[in-house]
Design a protein around this ligand. Sequence first.
Ligand code: PGA
Length: 258
Amino acid sequence: MSDRKPYVGGNWKMNTSVDTSSSLARGVVDACESAQGSVDIVVFPPAPYLIGVKSILRSRPTSIATGAQDLYFEADGAFTGEISVAMVKDCGCGHALAGHSERRHVIGESDELVNAKVRATLEGGLTCVLCIGETLEEREAGETNAVNERQLRTGLADVGLRQMDKVVIAYEPVWAIGTGKTASPEDAQAAHAFIRGLLAEMFSDEVAQRTRIIYGGSVKPSNAAALFGQPDIDGGLIGGASLKVEDFAAIVKAAAPH
Ligand code: PGA
């Protein structure tokens, strides 16, 4: 890994309850204590539990941050069921995901909607984790780079050079998410290097070198070190394993520079 500070996110998805989100947050704080200074650690609980989790984190000496799994790009108004950037900030969150593959492929979000969310997130001053990645069909058709390029370029359309300080890219091949199949460290590295090259073209070499590009898709304690050991992999976005304190802590530890 380079001198980019590693970023590890725990995406809890539609899991936990009032009780278990609290105990998971407490467990993560205790188990990740030693890595806190050297890794940006962010948990993404379901929206109803954001305030509860944040209040637990605030009551402890920790730098672990909270983020929203999704938000809507409009400021307020008649958008039943949606949550705004201001609401997310009001809950104490400094981060938000955009374009997670489950939102793209299960809920049906377009590249353009993802871009509107990215811009609203950045305009609100939050760190935006833009998720991109190809499906198995697209990979088998040889379209991996084309899909990642389209999702990256559209996702970051009209994002300014300076706003890139608050952007993290998560490369998550859809076929590896929640399936137990992980991209090999070499395949993941190739995709990350390709994405970094695109960032240099779209913004500048400096932006490309500074931007964290993290990997997601069945990251576990057993494969984390090999993935994070690749030169262009700057951490991970962790789904299933983020629900188990010991597994998440082991993954965070694997991301810490040593
Ligand atoms: P997974 O999910 O670790 O369960 O594969 C990753 C993600 O969806 O961010």
